[in-house]
Structures are given as structure tokens and as C-alpha cells.
Design a protein around this ligand. Sequence first.
Ligand code: NAD
Length: 256
Amino acid sequence: MKQDELDEAHRRLAAFLADSSSAAAFTGAGISTECGIPDFRSKDSAWHRHPPMPFEAFLASEDNRILAWERKFAMDDSYAGAKPGRGHRALSRLVSDGLMSGIITQNIDGLHQASGLSAEQVVELHGNGTYATCLACGVRYELEPIRRKFEADGRAPTCLCGGAVKSATIAFGQAMPVEAMRRAQRVAENCDLMLAIGSSLVVYPAAGFPLIAKENGAALVIINRDPTPFDDIADLVLRGDIGAILEPFERANRLN
Ligand code: NAD
């Protein structure tokens, strides 16, 4: 986007926010790329070299679980120390100023919480990759001790109860988290403005939430570099860099 286009984008987005009394956001991998975490769909993504293991394969054998953990740690190393970007900080500001009621995210990187939002303000549809849980009893494990043991014995981590321990993300083929889905539905139904930010909007059921918001009368604004399947029904499409588009909203809730 050229500077005049960016200025116009800021003005138009500010106008939507000024008209809204309960905005919400739906975020995808694109909001975190400027933090050094690759998205799935861009060319040369490191995810292509370390693809997440589908759930059925993870359950199928210890060899697969070992491979899944190797890939997970390789990806973690590639973006270790990532910090929230301009998009995260702007949304955090909108929430703390009372203009945004909640954020639904497909992301597993925990960067919305790292930008100052509480667990109640963020709905994680695909879980969180910064810790692990036992698939049998649900107990939480921190990654550091798991990694130390994994590197020492080369075995897939298991819980004291005998269950397999897996990163607390929702793998392809794994059931969606019931409570998060319920909360996301509430956020989508009750907002009057939905900002869909940095998502290709093709991964379901997550991608359905911006649609639910639109069907319930909310205005839909899409901020993404590439086209999405919902561009035609959106009230505003801003095709550009998320950080540049949202940066001014870090500092002021309304730009008038
Ligand atoms: P996606 O990879 O399908 O799409 C990301 C979109 O963001 C793309 O359309 C791309 O054009 C856009 N984008 C990337 N950088 C941008 C930028 N700086 N400015 C504007 N647009 C930008 O991501 P998705 O729709 O979130 O779905 C992929 C799935 O992968 C999700 O389910 C998520 O769980 C998982 N994932 C998560 C992370 C993360 O937690 N950061 C990273 C990769 C994948």
C-alpha cells in the first residue's frame, strides 16, 4: 500500500470503529508473521518442512509421536522469543479501551495474551502451542522439562497416568474444543463489527465465525494481504500489511 492508500485505510477503519459499540476480532496466522512466526499458506513457509502431525497419525504409533515432537521443537526454535507485533498491540489497546469485546483466534502462539490480554478476552479455537497436555487425563505439562527428557531418552513423552502427551494445540482431525467454540459463537453473535485479520478464511469450522457475525448484522472488515473467499460479502476489505494498517490504533482508540 502506498502512503495515501494507507492513510485512507486508517480513516475508513477508524470510521467503522467509531460507529461500533462492541467490536470483535478474528485473527489468523497473518497477524503473527511480522513477529517471525510463518503462516501456513505463504510460499517457503517453514511449516512445509515441519508439517504438524494429523491427530490420527499422532495416535497411531510412538514413531509418529516422536516425529511430531521433533517437528514441534524445530518450529519452536525457529521463532523462539517472538514478541507481540503491531497488530496484537493495537487489538490489545482496543480491548483495554472498551471498544472491543473479545478476540477469536486461530493462532496457537499465545501472542494475544503476551500483549496483555487475559484468557477471558481471547478465545483460542486451535489451542495453544506453548504448553502440552495429556490426551487421557488432561493434566498440563510445561514444554521445557518435556523437551529435556525427550532429548535425553528419545522417547515420546507420556503422562504419569500412561496417556500420550501432546502439544496443547488442535491437530488436523482432532475434535474442536467445545467451550472455545461456544465462547466464539457468543462473541460472533454479539458483536456489531467483526475485524477478520490475517486469515485466509479457508480453515473450518473456525472461518465460519466472521460469517456468523455478518449474518447476525455485524459489519465485516477484512484485513489481509491476499484475497479471501469472504471479500465479496465484506463491508470493507483492506488488502495490505496488517502491522502498517493497525499501527496507529496502538496509540489511539479513535482516529478522528
Ligand atoms: P493462513 O496461513 O491460512 O493464512 C494467513 C493469511 O495471512 C494469508 O492469507 C496471508 O496472505 C496473510 N498474511 C500473512 N502475513 C501478513 C501480513 N503481514 N499482513 C497481511 N496479511 C498477511 O493462516 P490461518 O488462516 O490462520 O490458518 C492456518 C492455520 O494454521 C490456523 O488454523 C492456525 O491454527 C495455524 N497456524 C497458526 C500460526 C500461529 O499461531 N502464529 C502460524 C501458522 C499456522
